[in-house]
Every structure is written in structure tokens, then in C-alpha cells.
Design a binder for this molecule. Structure first.
Ligand SMILES: NC(=O)C[C@H](N)C(=O)O
Length: 327
């Protein structure tokens, strides 16, 4: 029998309703497996109870611990693949952290559910079962870190949670999913662009996010500098534009060698310094801001946190971001 590692971290997939009808952590990784006899019969499972937390508790340090556990699990040549159960709220962040730091070609699959384990039609068991099918599929290798929910397989770089409660909450937007599950068959549509890879960091840099809004000025950014920030991601408008009042602060901050990276509050499309009016992307670029293509704000923040923690040069960082983190 093939060996699969299951790392349980928590999320709604591991929750039940309490006596007040509120959803709280209650189910272990072992419980999850035991609830689906077909899983136990199909593979040899090595289960690790990493945590039982809602995913709002995940931070980059915890993601790093998880990345270390993944590396250790892959030291076992018999391990076919790793399935990680996780909350959906921040799943795309943990998946992308692993995407940037796991170098093994074997599949790492993150799965979750939108309906807790006390719901009669919870999506958890099906998502876990599908993840096992992916882990056992010989074609799952070399596709980066995968997200499996709602019969779909997504790439860590591209996926976003778009709906707060529906089971089809995740989407890869314009580029689409990597594959799907049809009954017990795994169907692959494409291979993802490979991501830039980093060694497991010893240190993570403090990177903060600021969202652009009408009437904004630079005070929030300057507060971040006072809080010893090492990098800032600004989720700007459209192609990467901001109110002109923000521009002087961007110049001041980049002059202190603190990278400022522009992303977009639009869900799809790339940022680019195409507008030359005050506050336009071209002016932000002249003041030293970098652009990160179509990579989401949260993912740029993680990439920056890892890269700056390893003293990646400004030139290299600019190059990595200009390719949206693609190798
Ligand atoms: N569906 C979920 O898993 C959401 C939950 N609040 C979490 O992220 O932990």
C-alpha cells in the first residue's frame, strides 16, 4: 500500500457545532480519517496532529514550522505525497508559503471544507477523499503545491478564496484550475508556471500591507515605518495607481531602502506603471515602488517576507516581482 502523510492543522473541516450552535475546533486528523473507511483501506496513513486551529491563527512563523515538517516528511522515500487539512480563510497563504519553500517534486495537497463536520452534507470528507486520489496519482508530481476543493485542483500561486460560505469558494480566475476530479479519476488540464524557490528561511522579515482607498494619504505608511517595517505592500487601484497625496511618503520610504511593492485591488490582471499623471503607476515607479504583476497582495507579502529575511538584493527582488514570482 502507498504511504501518504496527513498533517492536520485545523479549519472548518476539523470543527463541529457546540451547544450554542457555533462552529468550533473539535475533530482531529485521526478522527477525520476514521470517519472515511475507504481512505484507510486504500493507503497507509501517517497522521500528524500539527494543530487544531482556525486558520486566522496562521502566521508566517507557523507556516515556516509547517514547511519544516513537510521537508522532514519527504525525507522518507516511501512517502507518496502529503495532504494538509487547513482552514479556508488563509489557505491560499499557507499554500503559497509552501510553494515558495518546498523543493520536492512529490505532491503537497492542501484541502479544507466550508461546511463543518456536524453538517450532514459537509464537503470535508469528499475533499479529503479527492486529495487522496491526487496524492496517489503519478501525474501529480511537479505541479507545485496543490489546493483540492469542490472537485477542483488549483495552483497555490493562482488560487483565491472568493466566497465566504459556498463550497465552490475557490477560483484561479483567468488562468483556471490545474485539473479536476471526475468520480475517482484525476484529470489534469495544465501544468502551472514554476515558482521561484527559496531555502527554508532562518528569519522572516516584517512586511505589512496597506490598502489603497480614495482620500488616502501617506500617514498609514509612515506609521508602518515607525513600527520597524522591513517591506510594504500597497494594494493600489486598477493598474497600480494611488491618490497623489501618498506619493511623497513612498519616495521617503524607498529612500530608506524599505521596498514598497504595488499590487492591485482588482482581482484579475497585472499591475504596470502605465499612467503618467500624479499618483499614476509611472510616478510611483519613479519614486522607487516595485510592481508585482498579477500576484495577490497577500502572496506578495509572503514572498517579500521570505526574500528580505534572506537578504535577497533589491535588483533580484525587482526581477522576481516583475515575473510575479514565476521562476
Ligand atoms: N471554512 C473554513 O475553514 C473557515 C474557517 N474560519 C477557517 O479558516 O479556519
Amino acid at each position: 500500500m502507498q504511504k501518504i502523510k496527513l498533517i492536520a492543522t485545523g479549519g472548518t473541516i476539523a470543527m463541529r457545532k457546540d451547544s450554542f450552535g457555533k462552529t468550533v475546533p473539535a475533530v482531529t486528523g485521526h478522527d477525520l480519517l476514521e470517519s472515511i473507511p475507504e481512505l484507510q483501506e486504500s493507503a497507509f496513513w501517517d497522521v500528524e496532529e500539527f494543530s487544531n486551529l482556525a486558520s486566522c491563527n496562521f502566521n508566517p512563523e507557523r507556516m515556516l514550522q509547517l514547511a519544516r515538517r513537510v521537508k522532514e516528511a519527504f525525507a522518507d522515500p516511501d512517502c507518496m505525497g502529503i495532504i494538509i487539512t487547513h482552514g479556508t480563510d488563509t489557505l491560499e497563504e499557507t499554500a503559497y508559503f509552501l510553494e515558495l519553500t518546498v523543493k520536492d517534486s512529490r505532491p503537497v495537497i492542501l484541502t479544507a471544507s466550508q461546511r463543518d463536520a456536524s453538517e450532514r452534507d459537509s464537503d470535508g470528507p469528499r475533499n479529503l477523499h479527492n486529495s487522496m486520489r491526487i496524492a496517489m496519482d503519478p501525474h501529480a508530481k511537479e505541479r507545485g503545491v496543490l489546493i483540492a476543493l469542490n472537485e477542483e485542483i488549483h495552483a497555490a500561486r493562482d488560487v483565491r478564496k472568493l466566497h465566504t460560505s459556498h463550497v465552490d469558494a475557490f477560483s484561479s480566475g483567468e488562468v483556471g484550475s490545474l485539473g479536476s476530479i471526475d468520480h475517482d479519476e484525476v484529470l489534469w488540464h495544465r501544468k502551472p508556471e514554476p515558482s521561484v524557490k527559496f531555502d527554508l528561511p532562518e528569519k522572516l522579515a516584517k512586511v505589512m500591507i496597506c490598502k489603497g482607498y480614495t482620500g488616502m494619504d501617506g500617514r498609514m505608511l509612515e506609521c508602518m515605518v515607525d513600527a520597524q517595517v522591513e517591506g510594504i505592500v500597497i494594494e493600489a487601484f486598477g493598474r497600480g495607481n494611488l491618490p497623489p497625496e501618498v506619493v511623497p511618503s513612498i519616495g521617503k520610504i524607498t529612500a530608506e531602502n524599505i521596498p514598497v511593492v504595488i499590487t492591485s485591488r482588482c482581482l484579475f490582471g497585472r499591475t504596470a506603471p502605465v499612467y503618467g499623471y500624479p499618483g499614476g503607476g509611472a510616478e510611483l515607479q519613479r519614486r522607487g515602488a516595485l510592481f508585482a504583476g498579477d500576484l495577490s497582495t497577500e502572496k506578495v507579502r509572503l514572498l517579500l517576507s521570505i526574500a528580505l529575511g534572506q537578504n535577497v538584493s533589491h535588483t533580484r527582488l525587482k526581477e522576481i516581482l516583475s515575473r510575479g514570482g514565476v521562476k
